[in-house]
Design a protein around this ligand. Structure first.
Ligand SMILES: C[S@@+](CC[C@H](N)C(=O)[O-])C[C@H]1O[C@@H](n2cnc3c(N)ncnc32)[C@H](O)[C@@H]1O
Length: 243
């Protein structure tokens, strides 16, 4: 397949999954108790090693090759930015800059978000910003529970607070994510198509260059930021990391 010829996920599902609301309600009622894997505990410790304990935290969840993490760290130099992905191969791919030019306020760690999100919450940490950029869409109808908003870990995402941003090239994914988040927060969550003038991620660039419509949800979940929750709610809007 040539570069600018990427496809929108094709699915028999054209709108919100009929079982989504029931799933989300169940996950909100019944806390997810899967035991943590040691490597994810180690990843959390590693990701906080360089943090001064005060800088507001940003999580780039499922950061892939980490280009977005770098752009975000440049846009928010006074924040500690953590890029998490389960794929060591993606994390280790060559970055678009030499190491010496990488921002120093970021760290990449290999972890499973299913544990990492819950471990952050267990430590009492709050995020200033939280990016979930182009998550795997799992477009097959039978794969509903693999989508983050229908996964049992979902209730931990809003618990982490901050400005949450999710982007996808599959409208249904964002529509569903907004519905699930609305159920967790007790309010309507807006989403919109948008233009990615400066793409944040390689997937975003590829989809944009293929002429696809991109969708995003951006929502301030409030809450205090950092350790122990003494910081102000982050409302920062800095050019560069957002379109
Ligand atoms: C479609 S890619 C998008 C990557 C990047 N955000 C981008 O837009 O270029 C989805 C990423 O999520 C990561 N991922 C999927 N499930 C994960 C999990 N349970 N824990 C951590 N990362 C995960 C994958 O390894 C992959 O890099």
């Amino acid at each position: 397949m040539s570069y600018a010829n990427s496809r929108i996920p094709s699915s028999a599902q054209q709108g919100v999954h009929e079982k989504l609301a029931e799933r989300v309600a169940r996950h909100l009622r019944q806390p997810f108790r899967k035991p943590f894997a040691d490597y994810n505990r180690a990843a959390l410790a590693l990701s906080l090693e360089g943090w001064d304990g005060h800088a507001p935290l940003i999580l780039d969840a499922g950061c892939g090759v980490g280009h977005s993490t770098i752009q975000i760290a440049r846009a928010y130099p006074d924040h500690w930015v953590i890029g998490v992905d389960q794929s060591a191969d993606r994390l280790n791919r060559r970055k678009p800059y030499p190491d010496a030019l990488l921002p120093t306020n970021l760290v990449f760690v290999r972890a499973d978000l299913v544990d990492y999100w819950r471990l952050l919450a267990e430590r009492g940490l709050k995020l200033a910003r939280h990016y979930i950029l182009y998550p795997n869409p799992w477009p097959k109808i039978g794969h509903l529970t693999r989508r983050w908003h229908a996964h049992p870990v979902f209730p931990w995402i809003p618990k982490l607070g901050g400005v949450l941003e999710c982007r996808s090239n599959w409208r249904v994914y964002i529509e569903e994510f907004a519905l699930a988040l609305g159920m967790a927060c007790g309010r309507q969550i807006a989403w919109e198509p948008f233009q990615a003038e400066v793409p944040l991620t390689p997937f975003e660039r590829k989809y944009r260059d293929s002429g696809q419509t991109l969708f995003r949800l951006r929502c301030d979940l409030g809450g205090e930021t950092g350790q122990g929750g003494n910081g102000p709610t982050m409302q920062t809007t800095t050019a560069g990391a957002q379109q």
